[in-house]
Design a protein around this ligand. Structure first.
Ligand SMILES: Cc1cc2nc3c(=O)[nH]c(=O)nc-3n(C[C@H](O)[C@H](O)[C@H](O)COP(=O)(O)OP(=O)(O)OC[C@H]3O[C@@H](n4cnc5c(N)ncnc54)[C@H](O)[C@@H]3O)c2cc1C
Length: 422
């Protein structure tokens, strides 16, 4: 009988979810091949946040030193009102997260985080078998003639057989389609502008200088739209995500280039400081139509399972999509790493049982934030803001629950802890 040491797992998709899964499985002694459709692995030029539930998994994978080299740490999360920028609520991050959750709340450039994961997958000195990464490999089919050896088939006819196949191929997952799972994709009617603003321009303007004086994660709430920004690469850039009603053009094309002027025009009547920030955007600002998946607990069929956006794509209104994929990866590796090959179907079923309800709750909470964030001025909005002042979370999903994450089995759970020195 082959033991877990001799497993072969194919991961379809080399995004943040797929690479975290590959690294987690590698560290359990499993042989992993990542098949990525793009000719080059990488991420979009934008920022990303990992709350303690995800940072704990990344540091538990031995990445702490590498992440400390690329992270930026916000001291608080601040919520502001659209019209005058007045502070609705302030949530401590920084040391508070490390002290309370044994894990940090960090910001990064996506490309940096992706690179750290890829390097760790390929590190010849890392624990477990080095991950094989095949780019230019677009999966169009999964042959399950032998259900115990699912075979990923690429557009050019190459075949990759393994004991387990994980579809980590994003919101428009081909693996999901091949499995015949329900079409759960929904258009939210909104789009996200993503832009990077050079930190030196922010620091040079007295109207925006306050943003570099104390590093914060900021959310501006307004009717029909909201704005998120935070510094990355130690202040080299301010990452901006601006959510507004979707134009017809972007809805049709999924994404389209945008200018700083368009960004400014998208926030008419807002506090002057918003225009002062947005007008400084440089490079490839772009608008992305926002889709999500309806909650669906079916993620597995025999030796094939889904992970990340492929099974629980959510609106980014809790900044949790990739973080939930990282939780998937940790649980998947615990389950697959503890069984012989004869029990992989059971291990995958247990993975879904431990993760689907949790991720589904985050998916639904993120969707509820669409209305919650965008309330028009009036009594409902005032009640929301009063509630936010006693903040424990944005919805019935508290930050305390969210940031503790899915409980892990690992008896060596201490290795996930983040020593905090006063
Ligand atoms: C504006 C915005 C802000 C966000 N901010 C945050 C945040 O701060 N924190 C957070 O945790 N999450 C955030 N998210 C969510 C996060 O970006 C996603 O949930 C996450 O990137 C999903 O990772 P994934 O690996 O599941 O999928 P993806 O990143 O989509 O990766 C899928 C990979 O599979 C490849 N692929 C697709 N089809 C095939 C195929 N047929 N064959 C082979 N390869 C294929 C793709 O090329 C891609 O590389 C945000 C999302 C948005 C839109």
């Amino acid at each position: 009988m082959r033991t877990s040491q001799s497993y072969d797992v194919t991961v379809v998709g080399g995004g943040l979810g797929g690479l975290t899964a590959a690294l987690s499985l590698r560290q359990k002694g499993i042989r992993v091949t990542v098949l990525e459709q793009a000719d080059e692995l990488g991420e979009v030029g934008a920022g990303i946040q990992t709350a303690p539930n995800a940072s704990r998994i990344l540091t538990g994978l031995g990445l702490r030193a590498r992440l400390e080299a690329i992270h930026t740490e916000p001291q608080d999360q601040v919520r502001r009102r659209w019209e005058d920028g007045s502070v609705i609520a302030l949530t401590p991050l920084g040391d508070h997260c490390k002290r309370t959750y044994n894990a940090p709340y960090w910001h990064y450039h996506r490309a940096d985080l992706h690179r750290v994961l890829l390097d760790a997958c390929l590190d010849p000195d890392g624990p477990g078998p080095v991950v094989r990464v095949r780019t230019g490999s677009r999966i169009v089919d999964v042959d399950r003639t032998d259900p115990a050896r699912p075979t990923a088939v690429t557009a050019t006819g190459e075949r990759h057989e393994a004991d387990v196949l994980i579809g980590a191929d994003g919101i428009r997952s081909a693996v999901r389609d091949v499995l015949g799972f329900p079409d759960t994709l929904v258009f939210s009617g909104e789009m996200a502008y993503r832009a990077l603003v050079p930190g030196d321009k922010i620091a040079a303007d007295p109207a925006t200088r306050w943003l570099v004086d104390r590093f914060q994660s900021t959310i501006w709430y307004g009717p029909d739209r909201h704005l998120v920004h935070y510094l990355i690469r130690g202040g080299e850039y301010l990452n901006v995500v601006a959510i507004v009603p979707c134009t017809e053009e972007v809805a049709e094309r999924w994404s389209a280039p945008a200018t700083a002027d368009e960004l400014v025009d998208a926030f008419p009547g807002w506090d002057d400081r918003v225009a002062a920030v947005l007008s400084k955007a440089e490079g490839d600002a772009s608008a992305w139509a926002m889709y999500y998946r309806r909650r669906d607990p079916v993620w597995v069929d025999g030796h094939v399972a889904l992970l990340g956006d492929a099974c629980h794509a959510m609106l980014p209104y809790q900044a949790q999509g990739a973080s939930q994929a990282m939780e998937d990866a940790a649980v998947l590796a615990e389950e697959l790493g503890s069984v012989p090959v004869s029990d992989v179907a059971g291990a995958l079923a247990r993975y879904v049982a431990r993760r689907a309800k949790h991720a589904g709750m985050v998916q639904e909470a993120s969707l509820r934030n669409k209305d919650f964030y965008h309330l028009p001025d009036g009594p409902e909005q005032r009640a929301r803001d009063a509630g936010l002042r006693d903040f424990t979370g944005e919805s019935d999903v508290s930050y305390d629950w969210l940031w503790r994450g899915t409980p892990l089995n690992d008896p060596d759970a201490e290795s996930f802890s983040y020593p905090f020195h006063r």
